[in-house]
Design a binder for this molecule. Structure first.
Ligand SMILES: O=c1ccn([C@@H]2O[C@H](COP(=O)(O)OP(=O)(O)O[C@H]3OC[C@@H](O)[C@H](O)[C@H]3O)[C@@H](O)[C@H]2O)c(=O)[nH]1
Length: 154
């Protein structure tokens, strides 16, 4: 049997244009992929970290969101493959923890940015920087009333 202490389940695109490019693959990664990793964690007795997302809160009605908030998610909306995929991934983690005693950790990562970000990532921070450097107007989607919490990653 393989000797593994920890599993980091970081698979899945995170930028909206990337995860919406192939919604079925995004869903498979977050559902079947998570089940596979939890099964492995159970077999070898490893602890699993799931990289979840602030998108489990969907289009939230409260700001900022704390962990007690259950979210406001459209199951058939354009972001559903990611939002619902991560929600069920979290559900699976806690089911394996309760039923099988697998040690799990779930991190709900918010909108990340930093120096190692890809120029064409497609998220707001890199889009704005790119547009500013090129002297182009910044594109604000929708009415511009949305809010976000950002997380700097070096
Ligand atoms: O060019 C842009 C890009 C984005 N936006 C807006 O800026 C806000 C942030 O959008 P982003 O594309 O950066 O990403 P989001 O915050 O929606 O989701 C991101 O953050 C949480 C992570 O866990 C997710 O993996 C990631 O999808 C949205 O309201 C979006 O509509 C713009 O106004 N202009």
């Amino acid at each position: 049997m393989a000797r593994l202490d920890q599993i980091y389940h970081l698979a899945s695109p995170a930028s909206p244009p990337n995860y919406m490019y192939n919604p079925i693959k995004t869903l498979k990664t977050n559902t079947i992929g998570t089940l596979n990793m939890l099964g492995l964690a159970k077999r070898v007795g490893a602890r699993l970290l799931l990289a979840s997302t602030s998108e489990v809160y969907g289009d939230p009605e409260v700001h900022p969101q704390n962990e007690d908030y259950w979210g406001h998610v459209n199951p058939i909306g354009p972001r559903a493959c990611y939002d619902e995929g991560k929600r069920v991934a979290e559900t699976m983690c806690y089911a394996y923890m309760k039923q099988e005693g697998v040690e799990v950790r779930v991190a709900r990562i918010f909108n990340t940015f930093g120096p190692r970000m890809h120029m064409n990532d497609g998220r707001v921070v890199s889009n704005f920087i790119l547009q500013a450097l090129q002297g182009e107007p910044l594109t604000v989607y929708g009415p511009g009333t949305q809010t976000r919490a950002f997380q700097y990653v070096r």
